[in-house]
Structure formats: C-alpha cells, structure tokens
Design a protein around this ligand. Structure first.
Ligand code: MN
Length: 251
C-alpha cells in the first residue's frame, strides 16, 4: 500500500510555505493537503466546537477548511482520509520560527500535536525567517526528517518540532537535537480608537530576543543549525512531585 502523507499549516492554504513543503515531500508518498482557508497563526491547539465547519475541495488532493489547523487535522484524519489513514502528518512550513515558548501559541505545532493525539507520527517545520526567506532549504530539511521518521519511527506520544535557519542549504551548520528554549516577547499593547471613537487594543507580540541557553532550539538555530526538538504530550512536571507532596495536605 502506498504511503499516505497529510500536510497542513497555520499560515493558510495559499501561503508559500505549504507549497514549498509539498514540493519537498513530492515522491515520498501520496500527498493530501488539508489546510485553513486563511491565516491561523497563533491559534494554538484550538478546536472549533461552537459553529459548523465547511470543507472545500480545490483539487483531487487539496482541501481547505474554514477553521484552525487542529480542525484541519481532525477532519483530515477522521473524515477526508478516513479510508486511508495517513502514515505521517507534516505541518508547515511556517513563515517564522517556532522556538521556545512559541510552541504554546503555535498553530503549526498544534497541527502536529493533534495528529500525535490521534496516533499518527507528526512533525512541525518552521523557517526562522530573517531577510532572504529560504523556504527551499526548509523544504529539503522536511524531506530528510520525513525520510528518517519513516525509517526509524517516533517514540510514543512524541512529535518533532523542526526549525530551520533562513540560509541556503550549503550554509547550514548541521542538524542538532535540541531542547525547548526561552523567548522574550514585547509587552506592547497599542491602544487606539476606531472611527466611532471606541478604543481598541492591539497586542504586538513581537519577539525581542531568545535567551542564549546552551542546547536550546533558539540558540542553535541562531548559530545556523537545524534544530529538532522532540516534544512529548505528557506535560507533567515530574520534578515538581517531591516538593508538592511535601505541602501539608489536610488528609
Ligand atoms: Mn504561522
């Protein structure tokens, strides 16, 4: 049976990154794109429950959904591809890095989280955009990582969060397995007034800097490496067990 690969993203089905991803994965299997009809960046792991969703088929293997990346993966696996369960879900290529704390906001990573919850190996891939927008580099990286996942499989409940520096393939420093780092966001809230004089607030949310911590995604991508962070869906902090058990509980 032919390998089935499902592709999604959070920048929307018309984004450059998803087309580059399709090109990068071409020939590895049967590709099906199920992606949001518009940008859904920072939608996190949001599932739409309060309104119906529409699926529009744009081509034989191309579907757009008026929802989040999580909706796309849920509908893709449980409905569109219900008779040919994907062997891999790839989410991206995001326009911008998903480093450190970004993971908690990211719709790109959430697409991979949803697939992982549904028991399908998944990876998220992001280009840490600088000036040049080397999506072709990230596309080649996606192919290599996908091939490795097919070869080795993934540990249980684990997805790969892949970040690629914005540079030509020849200038990559290498691949590194990393841990989640730390990012600092600007705390700017811009207050303004609409034409009717009512105030509105716009969250800036720009990254000021990544803390330089050894072995982390942000640090290694800045040094020119492709960073691969294995993300586990058990969010329990096992190191907190001992101190919490020492609190004096009433019974
Ligand atoms: Mn995005």
């Amino acid at each position: 049976m032919k390998t089935e690969i499902m592709i999604t993203n959070d920048d929307g089905i018309h984004a450059v990154g998803i087309k580059e991803l399709e090109e990068g994965l071409a020939g590895l299997g049967n590709l099906t794109v199920v992606a949001p009809d518009r940008e859904q960046s920072a939608s996190s792991h949001s599932l739409t429950l309060q309104r119906p969703l529409r699926i529009t088929q744009r081509a034989p293997n191309r579907y757009e959904v008026d929802g989040t990346p999580t909706d796309c993966v849920f509908l893709g696996i449980n409905h569109i591809l219900r008779d040919r369960r994907p062997d891999l879900v790839v989410s991206g290529i995001n326009r911008g890095g998903n480093l450190g704390d970004d993971i908690t906001y990211s719709g790109t990573v959430a697409g991979a989280i949803e697939a992982t919850l549904l028991g399908i190996p998944a990876l998220a891939i992001s280009l840490d955009i600088d000036r040049e927008h080397h999506f072709a580099t990230a596309s080649r990286v996606a192919r290599e990582v996908a091939e490795k996942v097919f070869e080795h499989g993934l540990p249980a409940a684990t997805l790969l969060n892949v970040n690629v520096p914005d540079r030509p393939w020849e200038e990559l420093a290498g691949f590194r397995i990393t841990r989640q780092g730390k990012r600092t966001y600007s705390d700017v809230v811009r207050e303004n007034a609409d034409p009717r004089g009512r105030h509105y607030y716009w969250i800036g949310g720009e990254v000021i800097q990544g803390e330089d911590v050894e072995g982390t995604d942000a640090t290694l991508v800045r040094a020119g490496f492709v960073s691969i962070t294995p993300i586990h869906l058990d969010l329990t902090n096992y190191r907190a067990f001992a101190p919490l058990e020492n609190w004096e509980w009433s019974c």
